[in-house]
Design a protein around this ligand. Sequence first.
Ligand SMILES: [Zn+2]
Length: 141
Amino acid sequence: MPSVKEYSYEWLLDRVYSKIPRHETKYEVFRIPKVQVIIIGGKTHIKNFRQIADAMNRDPRLLARYFAKELAVPAIIDDTGSLVLHGKFSPPVLNKLLEHFAKNYVICPTCGSHHTILVKEGKVFKLKCLACGAETTLKAF
Ligand SMILES: [Zn+2]
C-alpha cells in the first residue's frame, strides 16, 4: 500500500491530468500576453499583470517576486491588479523577463508543454508537468 501522501499526490495528479484533453496539448501554441505599460512618477505600471499571471497559471505574487528579484527594485501589486515597479523599464525588457520566467518556471523541459504546476518544497520548486508527468527540481526564489 502506498503511503497516504503518495496516494493523495497520485490521485490529485490523475484528477488534474484527466481534465486536459490530450489531443489539444501537443499542438497548442502558448502565448504570453505582451505587457501594457505606463510610467507614472518614475514608477512602471504593468496594467495587464493579472492577465499575464493567469495566462501562465502562476500566482501573481510569485511573478511579482520574480520581477523584484531580477530587476533588483521593489515591486508591489496595487488594488487594480497592476504590478508597480520602482524605476522606469521599457516593454522589451519586461517582455524578455516574462519569456525567461515562462521558459524556466512554466514550460516543461521534457515535453515543452505549458500545462504545469509549480510547487514550493522547502528551498526548491518542483515543476510538475500535467502532460507528460515529468518532474523538474528548480532553485526556489
Ligand atoms: Zn512534460
